[in-house]
Design a protein around this ligand. Structure first.
Ligand SMILES: [Zn+2]
Length: 357
């Protein structure tokens, strides 16, 4: 049974006088190199290594193997080697200098070797060693590769900033506006995993997220100023993994072409009047927050003259402002021939010169 065509010493790359401790460390090194988990091409070699070590690590089996395969004890061992006469004096059977006959003789002479009594213990050690090593290879890397999914980290959504343009009237009276916001959400198809069955998610193109357009109905309160920022809590980008939603910040812009400027509670505007209105006076319509109001200008009103309409301005802080109007005499671009004749008549009738002072 232990007569083998294989040279176990050669397989393990050791000499027949190798010590047990060395044999073990060499064996461990070879297992690390040729274990099929590591080296798929090393399977045949690995089996040979196992077979070789299984025999050589066991004192009884090793002796049998040595005898049956010609790793015989040479005669004439020195007295110094008495403690280990057997091991130290081996010579390889493949050694060409050894005589073929000596093998058979040696076998007969040395067949009654000592029983060590610790065969079972060695067997167990060997099994433990193999298990240790195989466990080491088959278990340790797996937890790293297949690590349990980490609990997702909550991530708060980003804030969104948007501008809202309103008219002056809207700023005074308050209004509702639909605000379009671009949001980013976890892809509902791949649940943010980016891949489905190993191929890129087509819904989100592998990004794990999709953009959505949200329409938010925003109430703009009364009396907001140009540049006012409104904060709508939780209307920003959505939080992930239980994180809070971001906020939506709206910056109010009052239309720049509005008829009015605002000064405190007062509304300030200009009004164009014709030359005859300037001379004769009259009622002119002025736009206001609540519709139009009538400004009565007196005769001989001059360009640049300022008028005030009380209590028609902005209502804030229990105060009501005024509308302040600067009138500007405006000459029409086109004047009829009849008007020109009348202006010429006015010119001939003119009394006081406007440049007199
Ligand atoms: Zn997707």
């Amino acid at each position: 049974m232990l007569k083998s065509s294989k040279n176990y010493y050669e397989i393990l790359g050791v000499t027949p006088d190798v010590e047990d401790a060395d044999l073990k460390s060499i064996y461990r090194r070879l297992v690390r190199k040729y274990h099929p988990d590591i080296n798929p091409d090393g399977e045949v070699r690995f089996k040979d290594i196992m077979e070789a070590y299984e025999t050589l690590c066991d004192e009884k089996k090793r002796k049998q193997y040595d005898i049956l395969n010609g790793f015989f004890k040479s005669s004439g061992a020195s007295s110094e080697n008495k403690s280990e006469p057997y091991r130290k004096s081996y010579r390889a059977a493949s050694d060409k200098t050894s005589r073929p006959d000596s093998f058979e003789k040696s076998e007969n002479k040395n067949i009654n070797f000592k029983q060590t009594g610790n065969e079972k213990k060695d067997e167990k050690n060997f099994t433990d060693l193999i298990n240790d090593i195989i466990d080491g290879f088959s278990q340790k890397p797996k937890p790293k590769r297949k690590s349990a999914p980490k609990p997702p980290v909550p991530k708060n959504g980003e804030d969104i900033y948007a501008d809202v343009v309103i008219t002056l009237k809207e700023s005074v009276l308050g209004t509702h506006k639909i605000v379009n916001v671009l949001n980013t959400e976890i892809c509902p198809k791949c649940k943010g995993r980016k891949f489905i069955n190993g191929s890129k998610c087509s819904h989100c193109n592998g990004s794990g997220k999709i953009e959505t357009r949200g329409r938010i109905n925003v109430t703009i309160p009364k009396n907001v100023k140009n540049g006012t920022k409104l904060r709508l809590a939780g209307e920003g980008k959505k939080g992930e993994n239980g994180g809070k939603n971001g906020n939506l910040y709206l910056k109010i812009a009052i239309e720049p072409d509005s008829a009015f400027k605002i000064d405190g509670n007062d509304l300030i505007c200009e009004a164009a009047i014709s030359p005859y209105e300037a001379v004769l006076g009259g009622d002119i319509e002025i736009p206001s927050i609540d519709g139009t109001v009538i400004l009565t200008i007196p005769p001989c009103t001059k360009s640049g003259q300022i008028f005030r309409i009380s209590s028609k301005g902005l209502k804030k802080n229990n105060l009501v402002g005024d509308i302040i109007i600067t009138v500007k005499v405006q000459i029409p671009d086109r004047i009829s021939e009849e008007e020109i004749k009348l202006y010429e008549k006015l010119k001939s009738l003119a009394g006081q010169s406007v440049r007199e002072n």
